[in-house]
Design a binder for this molecule. Sequence first.
Ligand code: HEC
Ligand code: HEC
Length: 629
Amino acid sequence: MTRFNSLVRLCCVALLAFAVVGISLAAVTPEQKKELKDIGADIGKVTSFTSKKKFDEAEAALKEVEDKLEKFVKEASIPETDPALKPIHVQLEKAKAQLGKSSGKGTVSFSKDVAPIIAAKCISCHDDNARGGLRLDTFAGFEKGGGSGALLVPGNAQNSRLMQKLVVPNPQQRMPKMAAALTENEIKAIGTWVVEGAKFDGADKTTELAALSKKPANGPAPKAEVVKATGNETVSFIKDVAPTIVNICGGCHSDAQKRGGLSMATFEKLMQGGDSGRVVVAGSLEGSRLWRLVNADETPVMPAGQARITKKWHGDLKKWIEEGAKFDGPDAKRPLRQIVPTEEQLEAEKLAKLSPEEFAAKRIKDSEAQWKLTFPNGEPRQISSKEFIVMGDASEARLKEVEGWAIDHAKSLRTSFNVKDDLLWKGKLTIFVMKERFGYEEFNNSVHKREVPREVLGHSQVTATMDEAFIALQDIGDAASETSPGMQVSLIEHVTGAFLKRGGGTLPDWVIRGAGLSLAGRGSAGNPYLAALPAQAGAILKEVRIAKPEEVFSNGTFAPGEVGPIGFTLVNFMMSRGGPNNFGQFVRNLQTGDNPEAALKKVYGTDGKTLALAYANSLPAGGVKKAKK
Ligand code: HEC
Ligand code: HEC
């Protein structure tokens, strides 16, 4: 005990650590006690190397002890702060401080470690207010001391007024005045700095403390440390950390709104820090002001204002800093806003990782859930082939028949559109077959929360990520009439729709339904349903008031029941104008973002108005001009 370093005794007395240790040692098993004793002996080696001035050996031994201790804590699964560890920590800190002092290297930097604490906790009263006659806003103030004389006795923490004021048990006398005591680690850092000689490691003793760890005002910005991720990290900056920075912190910490001098517009700027210097220090939560503010260890707590962060983000941020604050994006100078994935991309990435079997298993599970939503009491029949899952309440034989038509049509889609993909839909396409009209209406009610008009006999839904890929059909029987195209045509129409929706472009409804019906019509000459569509289209154009003829090409101009006749005739009209090749090109242009007017100009070399009028005049019952009067 006699060799107990003065700082250590001071701290321990102040924090009543001995009493706590006495109580809880009992919880540690005899074997663990022995292990701790061994670690204690190893620390002795560090001290012994230090006193022989064998600093390299001492450092190696120190590293070994730290690793052992870390392993012990992990295996004993006790918290780092467990009182049973206290004597070891105390002994270790002492050995470290001795090593730092003797080797002349020091372990604590004034600029980096001490100044930020003083700047945050003391200078509100010890700047030019000089409470107690003491200024702490520059290192010069430390040297000058306060009303009662010298502040520091380098090498001797116990006799330094600074330390006395930090650890005095009476809260009335303790600093910071009228506030919580500094944390144990903060006291330790300052104490160690005093023990190590209270040296100033900055350039100018009159520099304000807050600016010491900060970039020089007119010099170049400090080089931000960008360490590339290895791929072994458990937390991804781009996926887990950056989205909240963009969405929540970005409002106040952009290039335009640089609150606290901190812009987080790019990774590089985040790592350069703000008015107080670097705010993220790889591997060090304590050293990272960003963490201290987010974790409410310090004020002002971030995010300021109304915004809230999630528990998950709090945990991810912690882990990310602990794992070395590494960057897993493409370019640290690119705006984060541009490299942060969207919700949809994250979802797509999850799906992309699924094997074809896993994806199909997910599809079956989702489809069964949708069926259950529609028919809570009925199990569907289902059959499955390479590209299709056919599910429904029709007979097994009927489902097989539908599957056969689908497989044939997939083949013809592949040839017509020259598709090489092994699978047209990742995870297969589900085909729901509802025996009754009631079932189809119920499906729309429960799955899509919508009513369907009588004329609608089926529909398709395919999302860009193929998270959803299905068509739903009422089994309308094989006979075709003016009001029913027959099941095979209906199937072909909607499988085509599902095909065109792959890849997520935004095609107008008339293109999807029209192309479907038009393809179905190829093999069904004389189908009375299809044959009646042109007259219906003519009648619709007469009734619907369209402000401008070219609006026939826009999405949403026609009601769901009107889209079939218009789409079928419009697609056939366009096919007659430039053949399937031009129409295919027109569709691709729409899929890649052209609006209809632009796509028409490029592919058909004419404007929407001219084409729309020609189309209207090709219909049996008149055209747009008449409808407009
Ligand atoms: C809320 C205001 C306030 C804050 C914050 C504050 N102090 Fe003080 N400090 C005072 C006042 C007032 C005195 C003089 C009266 C006293 O000692 O209580 C003083 C006196 C002192 C003295 C004694 C000076 C002398 O020579 O007598 C020291 C040392 C000191 N403070 C250090 C600190 C440190 C270190 C911090 C930050 C950890 C700090 N103070 C934060 C108000 C403050
Ligand atoms: C509503 C505005 C607002 C939002 C949102 C906000 N901040 Fe701040 N932030 C500020 C202001 C203002 C300051 C300067 C405070 C001061 O110096 O007293 C600041 C300062 C900081 C600092 C200190 C900079 C330095 O160099 O000292 C950090 C770090 C920080 N914010 C991180 C964050 C993080 C992380 C988020 C998102 C989780 C966030 N902020 C969201 C307004 C905001």
